[in-house]
Design a protein around this ligand. Structure first.
Ligand SMILES: CC(=O)N[C@@H](CCC[C@H](N)C(=O)O)C(=O)O
Length: 373
């Protein structure tokens, strides 16, 4: 695909974002694209809303895995792009439209100019939640086509086009979702003493929560607790009987994650006593950290230098990625692809520079053809 074809595919996909495990139109689009390629050395198997694509290598000694995530986010797009999301309230605000486009272009290149090794391209649903990587990893198709090495990319709005970035060891954090439901007693807004106000309980809890990271975690360690959504109540003059908080916890180690969860549980108990209410915690989905293999990061840096793509040393980030489960089981790595957008990941105005599609394709293809397994 040339840049115009890459842009077209990216824009088609950008128009139809779908959240985790509902990527039906996305899967259909991907399958239609793949069905138009010569099928002789191509094997395609669907898994839920995801797809496994295997390109048979000419020598076939090893299998190189490459993973692209395919889901969008429940965000209302706030751009004036002509290819704006057609699904109101859903958006590719994390670059998965880029990731898929590059993966499709990669398959196309590889079927016309086959590599020595086999290649397994994984179109994975539900990266933003509840997580498709772990169940895909455990699937029969994955076991049958198990790769010897695996890698993936993620767009980086803060990096210029022409740049990639990564590091050995920990790249992305351990994550856990956090949902807390509060149940008290509703009533008339003028008679608060007859109620158990869950707006006040939930608000106090959010404020107290901030002190776990700032006062109870070693400042030389790092952690994040963010609440992204609060719901509760029905109308301005009725005290809310229920409230719900939705957030996420990020840590650099599994031990710190356990310690934070323990502190959150104690805080909920304390709030139950203070507000005479019931708090219930659900940790939703948890992602294992992304740990990059040092040997492959060295190779990646060398290959990028030879391809005239600028390689920068990355810092570890508090983003999460269920790709962490894949590199836990299979040696590999993840890297950032510079897309130069003033708005960051998960922002309703993010608009990555499409020139980066060529760079991402070149970087991925180079690794697939030249990685030394
Ligand atoms: C790359 C990226 O932005 N990933 C997401 C993963 C979210 C996992 C889960 N829903 C959670 O919030 O813990 C991220 O927000 O980092």
């Amino acid at each position: 695909m040339n840049i115009d074809e890459l842009k077209k595919v990216r824009r088609d996909l950008h128009r139809i974002p779908e959240i985790g495990f509902q990527e039906y139109k996305t899967q259909k689009y991907l399958l239609e694209f793949l069905s138009k390629l010569p099928q002789t050395h191509l094997q395609i198997e669907t898994w839920k809303t995801g797809i496994f694509v295997r390109v048979e290598g000419t020598k076939g000694e090893k299998t190189i895995g490459y993973r692209a995530d395919i889901d969008g986010l429940p965000i209302k797009e706030d751009t004036d792009l002509p290819f704006l999301s057609q699904h109101i309230g859903q958006m590719h605000a994390c670059g998965h439209d880029f990731h898929m486009t590059i993966a499709l272009a990669l398959v196309q290149k590889l079927v016309f100019d086959r590599p020595d090794n086999h290649v397994l391209i994984i179109f994975q649903p539900a990266e933003e939640g509840p997580g498709g990587a772990l169940p895909m990893l455990q699937s029969d198709t994955m076991k049958k086509w198990w790769p010897d090495v695996i890698f993936a990319m993620h767009i980086a709005p803060e990096l210029p086009v022409g740049t990639v970035s990564s590091k050995e060891g920990l790249l992305f954090a351990n994550t856990s979702e956090l949902f807390v439901d509060w149940k008290g007693k509703g009533g008339h807004a003028a008679y608060p003493h007859q109620t158990k106000d869950m707006i006040v309980a939930a608000s106090s809890f959010v404020v107290e929560l901030q002190q776990i990271v700032s006062r109870m975690i070693d400042p030389l360690d790092s952690a994040v607790i963010s609440i992204g959504k609060i719901t509760g109540g029905f109308v301005q003059n009725v005290i809310a009987e229920n409230a719900r908080l939705e957030g996420t916890i990020r840590t650099l180690s599994a031990d710190t994650m356990d310690s934070i969860k323990d502190k959150i549980e104690k805080l909920v108990q304390a709030m139950e006593i203070r507000f005479d209410c019931v708090g219930s915690i659900d940790y939703g989905s948890n992602y294992y950290q992304v740990w990059n293999n040092g040997e492959y990061i060295n190779q990646f840096e060398q290959q990028m230098n030879q391809a005239n793509i600028v390689y920068k040393q990355a810092d570890q980030a508090m983003t999460g990625e269920d790709f962490g489960y894949m590199v836990k089981e299979i040696p590999g790595f993840m890297f950032w692809l510079g897309v130069d957008s003033p708005y960051g990941l998960h922002h309703a105005k993010i608009n990555p520079n499409e020139d980066a599609l060529i760079v991402g394709l070149k970087a991925a293809e180079r690794m697939i053809r030249y990685i030394n397994v």
